[in-house]
Design a protein. Structure first.
Length: 522
């Protein structure tokens, strides 16, 4: 390949000069390529695919640059709009990544305005059987359809991909505008474990902004099926019509898949902010009183840590729920999160009520702060509860949570007599109105004092009610505790593996070997 080898000192000197010239802008400030890069290609809207791909002679399309890359290469994409779908099937290696990134201080846009969407999993950017690739700093946007039975995507990662990183990208205006009966479905990012023989694994999505999607019965950021290992961190997801993030079993993806592999597992969802994830974004589709979306949702997935997230102003906050008759949601930890101002429940566990049977098993909900959820009633005319347990909750732990309820609200609501061995304790409850807990009833009169609740549930022996937790502000809101808060250092430390090493701000989770209730450690 041009410029790869020279055989004398003069040639080596000239190579350095060529690379310096091709990688520098007019100010002489060189861009920052992949540190392992052996060659840099440039793409620009005014380029040509008959060019050589240098800074002075860039390609016009990203796909042309992709045809030339080998492990270790970098593609720098100049600002402007690109109207071709991008397909990545090549791979880097563990020490020589392939990188596609925005040129410094410029905004390249993969724009689907003129692209035809056909069938399912049709993305503006598609990774298939690709490995060790980083995509950074691009906008992916403007794919809409009103055609029945198609599924537009911003980014698709499938077919056994591994070690794929999506960083600092913006994905928006991904919309399916058909009716629910015509398969209204779309995704901003979908990660598919769509094979029994090739596991999709080690996926990182970090620092991305995702907004203004219409995904119908699907979700904005989906990880489903045979996926092992993922990190979703520091992303902002807002103004969407349904579920924000889902980690799911592959029941519908691979209906006859290997039960031992056909579910997403072993991941971390950390430091994200999700808001306005709500059916109210499309009332003409869902109805004016539908509040069914969940901002962060594990549905038949396993071994997921959900921590340090801010979830607010959505239909529901965080769900450890199963809509499956094959896969329970199991072995998950929800810790050190702020959940507030959601229309219905803050944290939801159990089955999709009256429809499925696997439930929520062996999960921990610890050290979360919940404020003023349950602004509207549930599907049965009930208050869902700041923490909601529906059918088949088994061997779960709910401890060290700080729950500041609305004046008319329910702290914890367990709907049915199903489930067993749930350990609820060391929580702090407060409301300026009438307290309420419900045990083993979908509707009805709850317990209005802590002693009656303790007797009915055989739980919460060490919990407290009635003392203002002294949050910094319930109007802003700011859910950090003040120095004199009764939540300070009053919780029970379970283990580092369960409570985590840091609080919602990244500060040490314990102080003088003590742990505070709620997500904030003073």
């Amino acid at each position: 390949m041009e410029g790869r080898t020279f055989v004398n000192i003069f040639g080596s000197f000239m190579l350095c000069m060529i690379l310096w010239t091709s990688c520098s802008d007019k100010s002489g400030d060189a861009p920052s390529p992949n540190k392992n890069s052996s060659h840099i290609y440039f793409v620009a809207t005014d380029g040509s695919d008959s060019n050589v791909g240098s800074f002075q002679s860039p390609f016009k399309s990203i796909n042309k640059a992709l045809n030339n890359i080998v492990p270790g290469d970098t593609i720098l994409v100049r600002g402007g709009s690109y109207y071709d779908k991008v397909t990545l099937t090549k791979s880097g290696t563990v020490d020589k990544l392939i990188t596609i990134k925005a040129y410094r201080n410029e905004k390249p846009i993969i724009d689907g305005s003129y692209m035809q969407i056909t069938g399912y999993w049709d993305g503006l950017i598609t990774f298939s059987k690709a490995r060790f690739i980083t995509l950074e700093g691009l906008d992916i946007c403007n794919v809409t359809t009103s055609t029945p039975h198609v599924d537009p995507e911003g980014i698709v990662i499938k077919d056994g991909c591994n070690n794929i990183t999506i960083k600092r990208c913006s994905i928006y205006n991904i919309q399916n505008n058909t009716t629910l009966n015509d398969w209204r479905s779309a995704h901003a990012i979908v990660v598919l474990g769509n094979s029994d023989t090739e596991t999709t694994k080690n996926i990182t999505i970090d620092g991305c902004t995702i907004h203004d999607t219409k995904t119908g019965t699907s979700e904005t950021l989906t990880i489903a099926g045979n996926v092992d290992g993922f990190t979703l961190s520091n992303n902002k997801i807002y103004d969407i019509e349904n579920i924000g993030i889902i980690i799911a079993g592959g029941d519908n993806l691979i209906p006859h898949g290997n039960v031992a592999l056909n579910y997403a597992r072993n991941g971390v969802i950390s430091g994200n902010e999700l808001y306005n994830n709500t059916h109210l974004r499309s009332p003409e589709v869902w109805g004016a009183t539908s509040y069914g979306a969940i901002a962060i949702y594990v549905c038949g997935g396993a071994n997921v840590i959900i921590e340090k997230n801010k979830v607010h102003d959505s239909d529901r906050g965080i769900g450890l729920v199963s809509e499956s008759n094959i896969y329970p949601t199991k072995n998950c930890i929800v810790r050190n999160n702020f959940v507030y101002n959601c229309w219905r429940t803050g944290i939801y566990m159990g089955d999709y009520l009256n429809y499925t049977s696997q439930g929520t098993n062996n999960c921990y909900v610890v050290n979360n702060t919940l404020l003023f959820n349950n602004a509207v009633k549930g599907a049965f005319g009930e208050i869902e509860g700041e923490i909601r347990l529906t059918e088949n909750c088994i061997n779960n732990v709910i401890k060290n949570n700080l729950i500041y309820a609305r004046p008319v609200d329910v702290f914890i609501h367990k709907y049915t007599t199903t489930g067993s061995n749930n350990d609820i304790d060391y929580n702090l409850y407060y409301t300026t109105g009438t307290p309420s807990w419900l045990w083993n009833t979908t509707n009805g009169t709850g317990n209005s004092n802590l002693k009656d609740w303790q007797a009915a549930s055989n739980c919460d022996a060490h919990s407290v009610y009635g003392t203002d937790p002294l949050l910094r502000s319930i109007t802003l809101p700011d859910l950090h505790i003040q120095d004199s808060s009764p939540a300070k250092n009053s919780g029970i430390f379970i283990s580092t593996d369960i409570n985590g090493t840091v609080d919602i701000d990244g500060n040490p989770r314990t102080s003088d070997n003590k742990i505070s209730k709620g997500a904030h450690q003073l």
